[in-house]
Design a protein around this ligand. Sequence first.
Ligand SMILES: Nc1ncnc2c1ncn2[C@@H]1O[C@H](COP(=O)(O)OP(=O)(O)O)[C@@H](O)[C@H]1O
Ligand SMILES: [Mg+2]
Length: 373
Amino acid sequence: MVLFDESVKERIEDFYDREQELEMFVKGVREGRRIIAVLGVRRLGKSSLVKVGLNVLGAPNIFIDVRKAYEEYGSISKIAVYTVFQEGLRKLISRSKWRSLIEKLKTLRGVKVAVLDVGVEVSLDWSSRGVRLVSILDRVDEWAGEMGERAVLVLDEAQYLRYSNINFRGLLAYFYDNLRNTVLVLTGSEVGLLLDFLRINDPASELYGRYIYEVRLGRFTREESVNFLRKGFAEYGINPPENVIKEAVEAFDGIVGWLVKFGRLCVDKGVSRERIEETFVEASKLVEEELGKLFARSVRYRYILEAVANGQARWSQIKKYVIARELKPISDKVLFELLQNLQKMGLVEKRMNDEGKLEYYIPDPVIKYIIAK
Ligand SMILES: Nc1ncnc2c1ncn2[C@@H]1O[C@H](COP(=O)(O)OP(=O)(O)O)[C@@H](O)[C@H]1O
Ligand SMILES: [Mg+2]
């Protein structure tokens, strides 16, 4: 078991708890739910849950990291989609267990498959004369049916599909209506953006009225965080002082990804409360770039986050703060929209404070740390 391994978990032995969510996911696939959405802010273990779940199921799958594709190609262009899909397909049929899929695909125009000594090669012709993705999905679905298997297509961080000029909603609707042996799994960190993109409540949307089976991941409770750290340290025969555990649990606020990073640092450099600050510094490097992109879109996002991070967290306080920072007025409508966007991205959430008044807060302690700095 390696709880403090920072890569996406794949084996159930390395995956702490999440029993209910895992069971829900596995059940969803087994029952052949059409679209399963795995939702929750970054670093709660969505990708890990899906990978572990797929391993538990032993299901043939194509796993596509949409976010990575977006970052590599700068958009979700047709060539980007075909290239990552091709790679996912290659991985799938590289497993000897699923080789029989090759026969099904080979007869499609625009699909080339070669079995070489060094492995399998797949090439998809993405030109207009080439192969359409639905044709491939059809074949995979047919094949899964014949094999008595449930195939799974995963689109990890699917909210990035909104940057595509391919009609993905149409493709997903086709999926929903026609493919009986394949389940579509979407994960999303920016939950609001993903739901906006799917538009299941909009009569004009291709996905209107479709049912989405949701698996939501929350942060660990205090107790779960404590147990997670204890168990992780125990794997190295370390029994850390109570106060360090307590402080770390407080600091990382139930976000498992940051607990892992902290644990890793402690194992490598020795347990100490200084590792908490170091974790924040390291984690900041990961997050700062993303925030930079957001602030480039509108510096007002920065001011709003600053206000919230500094405890000016009620609507009127935020407004005052932004005006003071920017030295010009901001309308309620604009502020509302910006706050709405931040919530859709999962950067800000709403809650009742002790006086029963609505206030905003930043759910990710690392983002709060960067902003407050
Ligand atoms: N249940 C878990 N047990 C152990 N480690 C986990 C668990 N869930 C997530 N992790 C770790 O947390 C980090 C973030 O997980 P990841 O699956 O990438 O989250 P997400 O996809 O939600 O951003 C990774 O380092 C991963 O190994
Ligand atoms: Mg992920």
